[in-house]
Design a protein around this ligand. Structure first.
Ligand code: UTP
Length: 292
């Protein structure tokens, strides 16, 4: 048994080009699903998993992310004076007591692997989580990262979230091959970034949740630019496999790819249908629209 992960990295320094023009000024991670930005869902998942140090990898255009986690004095005062206790609690408890946020700048968007490497000095020599907030994972039970942290604690090995994707979609994901996959998890024997369907070793795709050994940092330091001219986290994980066990974990839950238009629409519908006040009227609106 090893210790429990305490630190989570949120790489949010990407350009978010698929959501232009909105992302010209609004970071992708601040796009809301109903009333909460994507980043809040990922942060809540990390806290539920036991993390108390949240490391945001940002850039000069992403002040909104830091502002979101900061105190909003004027707004708090106004709500307090107006007696709007419910709203006051909402903005006061963006982060619970005992959880700290650390911001690190990625000066150039050199890729996800490079973004993770930027967290090295804060993480030090302990296993840690990486969450990509545009992969929103929803379920009614334990969060995906909590499930993965439990496996990491039990095995001491790195854990990577995977899900089945249609065979013709392998070219959009990192794809893994596993030994001894029992339906829930198995040791990864191979990982390939965005393979063509005919070259994909399986249909198990990596999604945006990782629990990684700190050894990944020295590997990232020596990772050359790969697919798309970026330093790929997948390439460093491919190296990690050679010296340490890394498990693929098929999480319980539904992932919405909120880095795409359709994923954001789907997540919005799901959360509206789960919301006590919105479920019924949202159903009626949808029925009416579908009948048109
Ligand atoms: P994406 O591949 O989704 O890229 O990055 P993107 O720039 O955010 O979005 P598009 O494709 O242009 O629309 C995956 C994750 O890695 C982060 C992103 O913020 C996102 O969470 N990332 C990517 C960085 O932090 N830095 C980088 O240099 C690249």
């Amino acid at each position: 048994m090893s210790g429990r992960i305490k630190k989570a990295v949120f790489p949010v320094a990407g350009l978010g080009t698929r959501f232009l023009p909105a992302t010209k000024t609004v970071p992708k991670e601040m796009l809301p699903i109903i009333d909460r930005p994507l980043i809040q869902y990922a942060v809540d998942e990390a806290i539920e998993a036991g993390c108390d140090t949240l490391v945001f990898i940002t850039n000069r255009y992403k002040h909104a992310v830091a502002d979101y986690f900061d105190k909003a004095y004027e707004l708090e005062q106004k709500l307090e004076r107006a007696g709007k206790q419910e709203q006051l609690e909402l903005i006061r408890h963006v982060l619970p007591k005992g959880v700290r946020a650390v911001f690190v700048t990625q000066t150039e968007a050199l890729g996800l692997g490079h973004a993770v490497l930027c967290a090295k000095a804060i993480i030090g020599d302990e296993p840690f989580a990486v969450l990509l907030p545009d992969d929103l994972i929803w379920n009614r039970g334990e969060g995906a990262l909590k499930q993965m942290a439990d496996l990491n604690q039990a095995t001491g090995a790195s854990v990577i979230a995977v899900e089945d994707v249609p065979h013709d979609k392998t070219g959009s994901y990192g794809i893994v091959a596993t030994e001894t996959f029992d339906g829930r998890h198995g040791r990864i024997s191979q990982i390939v970034e965005k393979p063509k369907p005919e070259e994909a070793p399986s249909d198990l795709a990596v999604v945006g949740r990782y629990v990684l050994s700190p050894k990944i940092f020295e590997l990232l330091e020596h990772t050359a630019t790969g697919a798309g001219g970026e330093i790929q986290l997948t390439d460093a994980i491919a190296q990690l496999l050679k010296s340490e066990p890394v498990n693929a974990y098929r999480f319980e839950g539904t992932r919405f790819d909120c880095g795409t238009h359709l994923g954001l629409v789907e997540a919005t519908i799901r959360f509206a249908l789960e919301n006590e006040k919105l479920a019924q009227p949202a159903r009626e609106i949808m029925k009416k629209m579908l009948a048109e």
